[in-house]
Ligand binder design. Structure first.
Ligand SMILES: *Cc1c(COP(=O)(O)O)cnc(C)c1O
Length: 392
């Protein structure tokens, strides 16, 4: 490891996963203290958390506010959908992977109208498709886009989706769970009504809460919309504004760790700095894996600096479990793939790791192939044919 990244993981393997991820020692140490949820010191942490997230969204931030929600990221997605989509609203859900489909499932649970554009495992929803559906269906009030679809690692074309949504006079909601903090997102500029992210992704905190960033007027107008007491964004916001407290038990240790994570984010140069390190992680890792013969699902144009999907080699000596076990023994936890079309695995670029670590990841993959007796890491022909669809 370089000096900039002293061993953060106390001998544990690196998590090459999209969160929870490897955090710094400082972030872990910030949790060695108990906080009273009503106490001024903790309320100051909550204030700090909200204002510092807001500062990351750039121009126009004065018209937005931040509402943290207890739970994992999906709780924040559900809070956003349940709070901002009125019961007579209708959402166009743009899906190209598990998280888009989960948002559609959430709409089913909410019992509110939605239309699903399902592009399959990874093909991006395009602005022209969104424009055509919105022109065809005047009942649609909101569009939900996934910023980085973590199940393939594709960076979706949010700018063109935003443009089509604004041109049709509809409201845009974004799941930026795995992108916010590393990739620029300026909601005022693109006309985004609300987006969500969580503590344990690109800010490099630990799991325990998500947060909704929304236009203040949307929050005010959301009063009475929510299907759920605990996921009511307006009620959480109102209480926080009045008392500085969360409505129900806050994840105190997670909040303290998050403040420490924000300090490191700031010291690294904020969103551009964080994005640059993750991009270097991806570039080093992808180049190294390609040199070993592995192939990525996506062309470079669509590769996010968050997580990358590789096809499993066609060589019969290769098994995902064998590869996984060997990588783990060498100190790296990788992630299974989520493609229905071909066997795959994923390697994350986010968390407390730098290019040096990624070089060691590639060396470990090389070792793993050799120890399994895999002669070639080339994927099956069918996988490469599937990939042609993206360029078509
Ligand atoms: C991580 C993630 C979520 C939330 O998942 P949880 O397991 O509930 O934290 C939602 N959307 C995307 C795109 C994600 O990457």
């Amino acid at each position: 490891m370089s000096d900039a990244f002293p061993d953060p993981h106390l001998g544990e393997p690196f998590l090459l996963t999209p969160g929870p991820l490897t955090t710094s020692l400082e972030v872990k140490e910030a949790m060695l203290k108990d906080w009273g949820s009503w106490d001024d010191d903790f309320r100051a942490l909550t204030r700090d958390l909200r204002s510092r997230i807001l500062a990351l969204i750039g121009p126009g931030s004065e018209n937005y506010d931040v509402v943290p929600i207890q739970g994992s990221g999906s709780y924040a997605v559900e809070a956003m959908l349940g709070s901002f989509v009125p019961s007579d609203g209708k959402v166009l859900v743009l899906a190209n992977g598990a998280y888009g489909l989960r948002a559609a499932k959430t709409m089913e649970y909410l019992g509110r109208a939605f239309r699903l554009l399902d592009k399959g495992d990874y093909l991006p929803p395009r602005g022209r498709e969104v424009a055509a559906i919105l022109a065809d269906d005047p009942e649609i009030t909101h569009v939900l886009a996934i910023h980085c679809e973590t199940s393939s690692g594709i960076l979706n074309p949010v700018a063109e989706i935003a443009e089509a949504t604004a041109a049709a006079g509809r409201k845009l909601l974004i799941d930026s769970m795995s992108a916010f903090g590393a990739l620029p997102l300026h909601p005022a500029e693109i006309g985004c009504a609300a987006f969500v992210s969580s503590a344990n992704k690109c800010i490099e905190g630990v799991p325990g809460f998500g947060f909704v960033v929304a236009r203040k007027q949307e929050i005010v107008a959301a009063k009475g919309n929510s299907h759920s007491l605990s996921l009511d964004v307006h009620a959480q916001w109102e209480t926080m504004e009045k008392t500085g407290q969360w409505r129900f038990t806050p994840p105190t240790h997670t909040v303290a760790a998050f403040i420490e994570a924000l300090n490191a984010h700031e010291a690294e140069g904020g969103v551009p700095g964080r994005g640059a390190r993750y991009s270097a992680n991806r570039d080093v890792m992808v180049a190294g894996m390609r040199a070993l013969g592995f192939e990525t699902l996506l062309d470079d144009e669509w590769l996010s600096p968050i997580i990358v999907t590789f096809f499993c080699p066609a060589d019969p000596a290769f098994t995902f479990q064998g590869f996984y076990d060997s990588m783990k023994t060498q100190g790296f936890i990788i992630y299974p793939g989520k493609l229905t079309v071909a066997d795959s695995f994923r390697i994350g670029c986010i968390g407390r790791m730098d290019a040096d670590v990624m070089r060691r990841v590639v060396a470990a993959a090389d070792n793993a192939l050799k120890s399994m007796g895999v002669a070639s890491a080339a994927p099956p022909h069918a996988a490469l044919e599937e990939r042609q669809k993206l360029s078509a």
